[in-house]
Ligand binder design. Structure first.
Ligand code: ZN
Length: 251
């Protein structure tokens, strides 16, 4: 613990030597340009590997940099970053040599985390054909790391938070990157907002108040699975008016 406190004092001293008002300026508030979604791995600290300073990057990290649409933590960070802080750029950053991705590619149990890593196993399932074509196990694992990042950028595009932001005046820009532990360099996977557009015919949704004013050709074209079925015919389970529970259960 003393090591941590000593390190803090040295860091404070170095910052004050550069700028005596450094901390007063930061304390005023934050307006970060970036949201960083990365792995919890201790070797991949977002600010250090991107050369950004405190105040520039809002951060969420979890094992294997996964974007899970039921993760309240991730969704809260995303919503606050996009709607309140109005970040301009969202980075999903994976890294070669990711232990989480490697664990997901194995059939060994590690405990609770196995369930979290199911999200990465879903990436394996989606891209199994491509992955099996790569004979070298190391190269196959590197490609899985990349595909995991690409799928997590897609998962961002599936959230109504990003969908609403994309319709706003200043839509955020999505990027997928991979960090190489061996040389410290970031590789741009060149997944961008076209990834978002490609998914909207399946995942796109609109807020109720927008439906009336939305351009109807786009709205009709964007939901084929719903449009082709007569979804209005299904009214949900019949409820007993007195008991307030489905009639089928009440009988
Ligand atoms: Zn990792």
């Amino acid at each position: 613990m003393q090591h941590i406190l000593d390190g803090n004092r040295r860091w404070v001293a170095s910052k004050l030597a550069e700028d005596p008002d450094y901390f007063q300026k930061l304390a005023v508030g934050q307006k970060p340009r970036y949201l960083f979604i990365g792995c919890s791995d201790s070797r991949v600290p977002g600010s250090a590997i991107t050369g950004t300073a405190p105040g520039e990057m809002f951060t969420h990290r979890n094992i294997a940099n996964v974007v899970v649409n039921t993760d309240l933590n991730l969704l809260s960070v995303l919503q606050y970053a996009v709607e309140v802080l109005e970040v301009k750029i969202i980075l999903v950053v994976g890294h070669y040599g990711c232990g989480g991705v490697a664990a997901a590619a194995s059939n060994k149990q590690y405990g609770l985390i196995d369930n979290w890593l199911t999200n990465v196993r879903d990436v394996v399932r989606l891209h199994e054909t491509e992955l099996l074509r790569i004979a070298d196990p190391k190269l196959r694992m590197r490609r899985l790391v990349e595909l995991n990042v690409i799928e997590q950028v897609r998962n961002l595009a599936k959230t109504n938070i990003i969908q609403n932001a994309m319709r706003g005046a200043n839509p955020p820009i999505l990027h997928g990157l991979v960090y190489d532990l061996a040389d410290g360099l970031l590789k741009d996977l060149e997944v961008d907002n076209s990834t978002f557009a490609d998914l909207q015919h399946i995942y796109g949704t609109e807020a109720p108040e927008e439906e009336a004013t939305a351009a109807t050709p786009v709205a009709e074209a964007s939901a084929p699975f719903i449009a082709e079925e007569d979804s209005s015919a299904y009214e949900g389970p019949k409820h007993d008016p007195v008991q307030g529970i489905p009639a089928s259960l009440a009988e």
